[in-house]
Design a protein around this ligand. Structure first.
Ligand code: DGY
Length: 328
């Protein structure tokens, strides 16, 4: 298949170096507007595309796939790919790739940032300074919670969860509990981590951090009954996907002091906030910046491009998600 015949549609501006690399191998149509693509634009843009490079806010469902008769590959810009109907794409013979690994450290760093921020009330304290409310040092002022030596419960011990465990254990001497399907013997050996049932993790942890993909099983994994099992001094951190958490239940739990607070980078109704969340001073809210460093966004773009180039060259893709029986 001559390379010039393949058209790649990119739904959102991505780092320039990625586009330069891709243009050597394919015809590239890039949507220049830096805002979420509308459904109409997506359906129009995908019509001529052999390859789509979408981002995590683009819902690639069966209707979109039906509008793309030439589509052969979806090279998602993102590790999570819950924005794509994998079953529908697979049925239509469309390959899917993602961008794992390159964002592991960056996202783990942000989970730890949120953990420290909620524990030490950093954002609220900053606001006190800026609004001229700091009256001078006092022994009982601005008290938060310590992190060192505390227990961290990690739900989902994949790449990012494992990296969070390492930083927390080696950096702060935290005790690691984890909840996953499979026992992670290496992490148990190197960090003394313990696999426990979810209930036990929630009951024993001072901080609970979420690192699961969004699936039917993980939707609202943390809801009112789970929050009720947490310590009243514990914090919930979510850098995975918003709908893993029932945010209305978190608002209630924090208001009623059934948990101490929360740190979110992702939202159930992203980019909208659940009513009540923004009014809680012991909740830190970030705009989905888990992978937002210059280096990581270039690395993510380059990995998406490498997947496309490998596909064009009929080579094995570095990070493929599905295995359609028949590729169009
Ligand atoms: C991903 O790649 O899934 C992340 O959420 C982006 O930060």
């Amino acid at each position: 298949m001559p390379k010039a015949q393949l058209t790649v549609f990119i739904t959102r501006p991505i780092p320039t170096e990625c586009i330069v690399a891709l243009k050597k191998y394919a015809r590239v149509i890039i949507r220049r507007t830096d805002s979420i693509i509308t459904r109409t634009e997506l359906l129009r843009g995908i019509r001529q595309a052999d390859i789509l490079l979408p981002i995590l806010t683009d819902a690639i469902d069966d209707q979109v796939l039906a509008a793309a008769p030439k589509l052969k590959l979806i090279a998602n810009f993102g590790a999570g790919y819950n924005n794509i109907d994998v079953t529908a794409a697979t049925k239509r013979g469309v390959l899917i790739s993602n961008t794992p690994d390159v964002l592991t450290d960056t996202t783990a760093e942000l989970a730890i940032t949120l953990l420290l921020a909620v524990a030490r009330r950093v954002v609220w304290a900053d606001q006190q300074m800026r609004t001229g409310r700091y009256p001078g040092w006092g022994p009982l002022q601005y008290l938060g919670h310590g992190v060192s030596g505390k227990t961290l419960g990690i739900i989902g011990l994949g790449r990012i969860g494992s990296r969070v465990a390492e930083i927390a254990h080696h950096g702060f001497g935290m005790h690691i509990l984890y909840y996953t399907k499979h026992k992670e013997r290496d992490v148990e050996k190197s960090l003394g981590a313990k696999k426990v049932p979810l209930t036990s993790l929630l009951r024993r942890s001072d901080f609970v951090t979420l690192h699961v993909p969004l699936t039917r099983e993980t939707t609202h994994l943390i809801s009112q009954p789970q929050l009720a099992q947490m310590k009243s001094t514990a914090f919930l951190i979510n850098t995975s996907r918003g709908p893993v958490v029932n945010e209305a239940a978190v608002v209630q739990a924090v208001r009623q002091q059934r948990i101490a607070g929360a740190g979110f980078d992702v939202y159930e109704h992203e980019p909208r906030l659940t009513p009540g969340l923004a009014a809680l001073p012991n909740v830190v809210l970030l705009p989905h910046i888990g992978s937002a460093t210059h280096e990581t966004r270039v690395a993510m773009g380059m990995l998406a491009v490498k997947n496309i180039i490998a596909f064009i060259k009929h080579q094995r893709l570095p990070s493929v998600v599905n295995h359609p029986a028949r590729s169009v």
